[in-house]
Design a protein around this ligand. Structure first.
Ligand SMILES: Cc1cc2nc3c(=O)[nH]c(=O)nc-3n(C[C@H](O)[C@H](O)[C@H](O)COP(=O)(O)OP(=O)(O)OC[C@H]3O[C@@H](n4cnc5c(N)ncnc54)[C@H](O)[C@@H]3O)c2cc1C
Length: 408
């Protein structure tokens, strides 16, 4: 509250930071005030109600660590060092999304410091308009200091990556597209175009080679997980390696953390994707082949199952009728590579955007999106969001974000 009042009274730009994972760096700002919540790390699990109280500085790994001993988990993303606050306020997709919905679909309550410095709790019964807007509207409405989530029974999962050589990418992407709607919702599975990391334990023969991957987690016994993924494996050539196996849920959540240390250069572009015609798959494969670095990737995360069961106006996050959330991510450890990442990301996005919906997931956008992209991402919910913004932040104090302008 003191920080918000200070920033406002001094006329400073205010950035709000949790996990610091935001691609365009909207968790920070130059010549302004960064309200860094990353030391607020408390997590309290109530196993009886299966709810979890989470301080706003937690990463999803902090929460998984606390919930796992109780056989519970909240649906978050696929890298455990991602901040809960930024991920949740943007929407939140991950392995558990098909069965349990977006992260925001599991948000019960949030404590918020508003632009006027007042502290409120938002929930279905308290400030319901604010609660609606927080679920997808990003950091536009205030500084969230605490979240209350619904958790679900999740313990040992059957999970891991399966990689195919690039020559099989077309077959794998087509088979994955057709398989997903038939797969049980317990199976969270995304497809990606990537490069095999040139390091152990990856098989040396494939180091640095382009590849297609399906990365999954089945929430249930290994035998059921094997059965769930079997139809996909039957429909495609043998993989280069299949590392699916039984593991604690936090293990799959943290499996890819080492590839994403702090300090990398990122340039990403997102879109919501409704369908994936053969021509789109061919375009993806051709564009991904031009990736400037081995870390650069394209992923398609499922938006189906439980996400579609909530009405489109239930939360600010609108595009519940998409099938995937796409991210094209140019990633490099060398700052000198930044321009190449941008060039590739923009060209790739331009080539595939015609197959996609107008908007994209706000958490997969840079700060240089064209006018109208943020509006398109919220669709018919944008007007209502702008009204809530006008009520809670009329002067647009919280503007270091994918900004929603206050309605006039
Ligand atoms: C390696 C990697 C993997 C990812 N995987 C996934 C994934 O699987 N699923 C998914 O949905 N997303 C994923 N993302 C995207 C992620 O959701 C966004 O980058 C998100 O912005 C990260 O949140 P953060 O708190 O770490 O970021 P920060 O940079 O700390 O904050 C980002 C923005 O969030 C807002 N914000 C942060 N904290 C608060 C707060 N307490 N109150 C109000 N506003 C706040 C602010 O507007 C801020 O600008 C991934 C990102 C990376 C880098």
């Amino acid at each position: 509250m003191a920080a918000v009042n200070f920033g406002r009274d001094e006329g400073l730009d205010i950035a709000i930071r949790c996990g610091g994972h935001n691609g365009p760096g909207l968790g920070s700002c130059n010549d302004g005030l960064v309200i860094d919540l990353s030391m607020m790390k408390g997590v309290r699990v109530d196993p009886a109600s299966r709810t979890v109280r989470v301080d706003a500085g937690c990463t999803s790994g902090d929460v998984d660590h606390a919930t796992h001993p109780f056989g519970l988990a909240v649906p978050f993303g696929i890298v455990s060092t991602t901040g809960v606050a930024g991920l949740t306020l943007g929407g939140g997709t991950g392995y558990l999304t098909r069965k349990y919905g977006l992260t925001i679909d599991n948000l019960l309550e949030a404590d918020v410091v508003l632009a006027d410095g007042k502290f409120v709790t938002a929930s279905k019964s308290q400030h319901p308009d604010l609660f609606w807007a927080l679920r997808g509207g990003g950091g536009n409405f205030g500084v969230v200091t605490s979240f209350l989530f619904q958790a679900h029974p999740v313990s040992t999962v059957y999970a891991g990556p399966i990689f195919w050589e690039a020559k099989h990418a077309k077959a794998v992407m087509r088979a994955y597209r057709d398989f997903l709607p038939t797969a049980p919702e317990e199976l969270g599975a995304f497809v990606g175009l990537k490069t095999v990391p040139p390091m152990d334990p990856f098989p040396k023969d494939y180091w640095g080679k382009r590849a297609c991957a399906v990365i999954s987690a089945y929430n249930g016994p290994a035998a059921d997980g094997e059965r769930a993924i079997a139809p996909l494996l039957k429909a495609v050539p043998p993989p280069a390696f299949n590392w699916m196996g039984a593991m604690p849920f936090p293990a799959i959540q943290g499996l890819f953390d080492p590839f994403f240390p702090k300090g990398l250069q990122w340039y990403w572009k997102g879109d919501f994707v409704k369908s994936l015609p053969d021509e789109a798959i061919d375009t993806h494969i051709a564009q991904a082949a031009e990736a400037p670095t081995a870390l650069s990737l394209m992923h398609l995360y499922p938006i189906d199952g439980a996400v579609r069961r909530a009405p489109k106006d239930a939360t600010a996050w609108n595009t519940r009728d998409a099938t995937w959330s796409m991210v094209i991510a140019g990633i490099d450890s060398d700052p000198k590579g930044a321009e190449a990442l941008k060039k590739w990301g923009r060209a790739y996005w331009k080539a595939v955007h015609g197959f996609n919906l107008e908007g994209g997931y706000v958490n997969f956008m840079m700060e240089d999106e064209a006018d109208g992209r943020v509006q398109a991402s919220y669709g018919e919910n944008y007007g209502r969001l702008a009204s809530v913004k006008a009520k809670y932040d009329p002067a647009n104090l919280f503007r270091v974000n994918q900004n929603i302008r206050p309605a006039a």
